[in-house]
Design a protein around this ligand. Sequence first.
Ligand code: LMR
Length: 394
Amino acid sequence: MFETLKEQPADKILALMQTFREDPREGKIDLGVGVYKDASGNTPIMRAVKAAEKQLWETETTKAYTGLAGDPAFADAMIALVLGDAVPRANVAAVATPGGTGAVRQGFDMVRMANPSAKIFVSNPTWPNHLSILKHMGMTMVPYRYFDEDSRGVDFDGMMADLAQAGPGDIVLVHGCCHNPTGANLNMTEWQAVVDLLNKTGATPMVDIAYQGFGDGLDEDAAATRLIASSVPETIIAASCSKNFGIYRERTGLLMAVSQNSAAHKLNQGTLAYLNRQNYSFPPDHGARLVTMVLTDDALRMDWMAELEEVRNSMLGLRDLLASELQRASGSDRFGFIAQHRGMFSRLGASTDKVDKLREDHAIYLVGDSRLNIAGLNKETVPILAKAIVEVGI
Ligand code: LMR
């Protein structure tokens, strides 16, 4: 029977991670997968997370099942982190999921149950796994214009024109902050226009928020998600704790279904719990418990926020440094967009050939679409990258 299986395309980001590991060259630079690295190239366990883990080891008395939705305290803490007081808690149904990817997948599942013929409007480009999951699920995707190849900013007029085609029963998938893969983001005036358009067309937004705290700050990065969730009838939100808590391998995320009509809450909550049961039964608990402990203990929370701020500022510093090194190396301002972009990534807007040349001639690894992970750099590697970028003719 297995001989009927077809070879599946490798995930480009994960395949690159493997090629990098196998590259024997000294001084190779990994700017591929979206994992934070400090100046010495390590992905540290955050101080507050480590402290919570120690406490948990000392105090946890059972590993018995939680509920199908996960520990309700985790949902409460994460809803407060993502949504603040933008919507009443009673209007938010939520389940813990295995990572942000689990939340995304489960969110699409919920959409498919509610409307099997829903069209999912996705930014062009978007995180490749959005497309891969939607394809796997047999759902209809409609790309909307997003990245302006000339300015390396958002093609806002194109985006609005394309989103005007979405209707009731369709989903508009947006990145809450720190757009992956481009690093180009909307400002709040533009988000307000998107909200007005959604209210006009009747399409439902789905927000993927995987980098809260990596752009302009915890509240600033959640502002668009809060605006959307408080302004339209229904919103789906997939939140990840992988990056901002640095707990990638613990697989910790939360899927939320917000409805202005609180009478819908029971049905939404039941549907999400049902989906958990069908897909993996109880969600993983360890990472969720650590996040809950960090968010609900004043000292741990303060320490986590301080460390997250260090991480964010170090990425901003690297952005500024790279932009100015590139200005020096190229003698032009054409890379100024790198300092404007936010989050872990920037898309250079270079051809695959040039990305290949960076890898082959300089042992510098970018994703094929010319996305680079800013956090993969440090003060020593920034000038090396700037020189290589100019040398390959980007
Ligand atoms: C990325 O975009 O590199 C991360 O979100 C990791 C992943 O799973 O692709």
